[in-house]
Design a binder for this molecule. Structure first.
Ligand SMILES: C[S@@+](CC[C@H](N)C(=O)[O-])C[C@H]1O[C@@H](n2cnc3c(N)ncnc32)[C@H](O)[C@@H]1O
Ligand code: SF4
Length: 333
């Protein structure tokens, strides 16, 4: 079965959040004032088990999903995560990847590779230790994330590096990051700061447009655009004219790409969201725990996707930023 939504978009990617917890408190995602004390995280019993995730993921693969990304919160905080990777890897010939802050990567890289992970994305917002420590807000040093990236590369996992740019915080880090990863095997991608959730106090003025990021790098190392690898690729790709690799920019705010969005998102407690900016998710956990058959599960996914109308980023404004939305740490980016 292959599902298409009301705007003709197929279902191709599934992002699975495995926890809402994190060992960082990135200021643009889980600001300490909100998530530091008294925040109610999910109970273990609320989380989908690995068996339940596998079952739901299998139904998605049956609907044409080719790419699965494990995310969070911080996914490496979920105990024995490699066991989930192993289960998902058995579902077919998938692009099976993971997004992590890298803090626990050095000790986990080999197990993840052995379990069948195909590649991963590491978030790193600055090489300047003071800036990075201030952004993760738990005083975590850059060098440990770099050690994680090296460990992943050493076991043969291709790594992409994601940098969220927030005006006045790390826009001065763009050039240094580009210099560092230029010519390396790791593709660096800059992400526009988005109005996910409510806790980060997003303002349009805090967004550094992708075009400005490209200009900053191009001024020092000339760039030229290159074609996307596939339809719906979120990053716009740019190549260094001197042949030393490429960078990507994800312009979700200034040049939204809802028209090509083929992503579904499963929260850690088993809610299915058809947009990063959705308010309500469909409770697949209730379905799974009520003893529904595989057919019922498949029909539900089909029905939810067939009704999908989401195009939030294309209609975003300062006003829509005020609308109720779920947090990035909950839905997983
Ligand atoms: C929510 S995190 C979850 C995975 C993992 N903890 C990590 O940081 O890689 C997934 C991605 O979302 C990005 N992100 C979080 N909040 C964001 C925001 N407000 N705007 C843009 N990207 C954001 C993070 O930088 C990260 O690359
Ligand atoms: S971006 Fe990732 S590492 Fe940072 S607080 Fe959010 S979930 Fe944690």
């Amino acid at each position: 079965m292959s599902a298409t939504d009301t705007l003709g978009r197929p279902l191709r990617d599934l992002r699975i959040s495995v926890t809402d917890r994190c060992n960082f408190r990135c200021v643009y995602c889980m600001p300490k004032e909100v998530f530091g004390r008294d925040h109610r995280f999910m109970d273990r019993s609320e989380l989908l088990t690995f068996e339940e995730i596998e079952r739901v993921a299998r139904a998605f693969v049956g609907h044409g999903v080719e790419k699965i990304r494990i995310t969070g919160g911080e996914p490496l905080l979920r105990r024995d995560l490699e066991q989930l990777v192993e289960r998902l890897a058995r579902l077919g010939d998938l692009d099976l990847t993971l997004t992590t802050n890298g803090a626990l990567l050095a000790q986990k890289a080999q197990a993840l590779k052995d379990a069948g992970l195909t590649r991963l994305t590491v978030s790193l917002d600055s090489l300047d230790d003071a800036v990075f420590r201030a952004m993760n807000d738990v005083d975590f040093p850059v060098r440990k994330v770099l050690a994680g990236i090296e460990a992943a590369a050493a076991v043969g996992l291709p790594v992409k590096v994601n940098t969220v740019v927030k005006r006045g915080l790390n826009d001065d880090s763009i050039r240094e990051l580009a210099r560092f990863f230029k010519g390396s095997a790791h593709i660096l991608r800059f992400i526009e700061y988005m109005d996910v959730g409510h806790t980060n106090g997003w303002r349009m003025d805090d967004v550094v447009p992708a075009a400005e990021i490209v200009q900053t790098i191009d001024a020092e190392w000339p760039l030229e655009p290159i074609d996307p690898t596939y339809r719906g690729e979120v990053a716009q790709r740019w190549r260094y004219r001197d042949g030393s690799g490429e960078i990507g920019v994800i312009a979700s705010v200034t040049q939204p790409f809802c028209g090509d969005c083929t992503r579904a998102r499963l929260s850690a407690e088993g809610r299915l969201y058809t947009c990063l900016f959705a308010v309500r998710g469909h409770d697949l956990r209730a379905l799974v725990r009520s003893g529904a058959s595989d057919e019922e599960l498949a029909e539900t996914i089909d029905r939810v996707w067939a009704r999908r109308t989401d195009r939030y980023s294309e209609i975003r404004s300062e006003q829509t930023a005020e609308l109720p939305k779920i947090e990035m740490s909950y839905i997983g980016g």
